[in-house]
Design a protein around this ligand. Structure first.
Ligand code: NAP
Length: 312
């Protein structure tokens, strides 16, 4: 059941985890990555990545992650599938457990990312995944060809989802609870200028309405300024209201803030209160949350782990 003591275990295969693997691999530390249910992380669910430096024409999110994985593999990274359920950081080597296996490691880099947040309204769970409610336009957009859909949210994700859906859908209604978009100006402008996108401002989504077969037929919405409720017919509801960090299995061992994000040790972006245990990427960053910043944090954590191991 118990396996060899690893130099470094990296948890997660997003931008931060794979970058940490490239660096620790090149340092001959033979990193082991434990990958969860979404290999490649959030970028595999996005379409074009336009802002990752070095790709002037943009790059497909899945391809970018596949490239990072190949690069990590080239430098000796090993991959195992599994969800870490609990950890013991009270003594070195540290212990990490999945449902079926126990791992031991001298150092650990946690780069578990974040998962899409849901609204928590009636009908959302019941119709999630296949019945009209989704958090991924790239994955599910093509199912809604020539149909009317709604996107909920006002950030970059919501704008990106709405713009992507215009490729398939007849009409995209963006429902936002305020009267200005949180998204970056370039994304907001593209969204507001698109002829297929209509924005409903100051509007809350209160319920996803089902047809007789249990598929989404629309949403119940409320204008927050007038208090008026109405129904908006649509076949697809794309929820894009931010993310929740995947930190639950570590919450007892490491410090997290009120939203669940890891809090690195003062003066460092990646070090935790446990020597040799590092956090990197969206699980520890609620401010920047970019592919390039996640990669940068993965790099920092790898260099810190390498130095720490050399000192031992
Ligand atoms: P975000 O920036 O946190 O935006 C979340 C949006 O959802 C906000 O507009 C928020 O409304 C709304 N919202 C939150 N909870 C809600 C609720 N319960 N009901 C209704 N609306 C709710 O999240 P994000 O758009 O996922 O972006 C996360 C980060 O990734 C950002 O830093 C963003 O720049 C980045 N990103 C970049 C790109 C790109 O550059 N291509 C693409 C995607 C994401 P309020 O505005 O009222 O708070």
């Amino acid at each position: 059941m118990s396996s060899a003591i690893e130099n470094v275990i990296i948890i997660g295969t997003g931008c931060s985890g794979l970058t940490a693997a490239i660096y620790t691999g090149r340092a001959n530390l033979e990193p082991l990555i434990i990958e969860g249910s979404l290999p490649g992380g959030q970028l595999t669910q996005t379409s074009e990545v336009e802002n990752f430096p070095g790709f002037p024409e943009g790059i497909d999110g899945f391809m970018l992650m596949d490239n990072l994985r190949k690069q990590a593999t080239k430098f000796g990274t090993r991959f195992e599938q599994g969800l870490i359920e609990s950890v013991d950081f009270s003594q070195s080597p540290y212990t990490l457990k999945t449902a079926s296996k126990e791992y031991k490691a001298k150092s650990v880099i946690i780069s578990t990312g974040a998962s899409p947040r849901l609204l928590g309204i009636p009908g959302e769970k019941e119709m999630f995944g296949g019945k009209g409610v989704t958090t991924c336009a790239t994955c599910d957009g093509a199912f809604y060809r020539n149909m009317d859909v709604t996107v909920i949210g006002g950030g970059d994700s919501a704008c990106e989802e709405a713009l992507f859906l215009t490729r398939f859908c007849s009409k995209v209604t963006l429902i936002h609870r305020r009267d200005t978009l949180r998204a970056s100006k370039i994304m907001a402008d593209r969204t507001l200028e698109h002829e297929k996108i209509e924005v409903l401002w100051d509007t809350a989504t209160e319920e996803v309405l089902a047809d007789e077969e249990g598929f989404a037929r629309g949403v119940k919405i409320k204008n927050l300024k007038t208090g008026e409720s109405s129904e908006l017919p649509c076949k697809g509801v794309f929820v894009a209201i931010g993310h929740i960090p995947n930190t639950a299995p570590f919450a007892e061992a490491l410090e997290t803030d009120e939203n669940g994000y890891f809090i690195p040790k003062s003066g460092s972006a990646v070090q935790t209160s446990v020597p040799g245990v590092y956090v990197a990427g969206d699980c520890a960053d609620h401010v920047y949350r970019q592919a390039i910043t996640a990669a940068g944090l993965g790099c920092q954590s790898a260099i810190e782990a390498e130095r720490w191991l050399a000192e031992q």
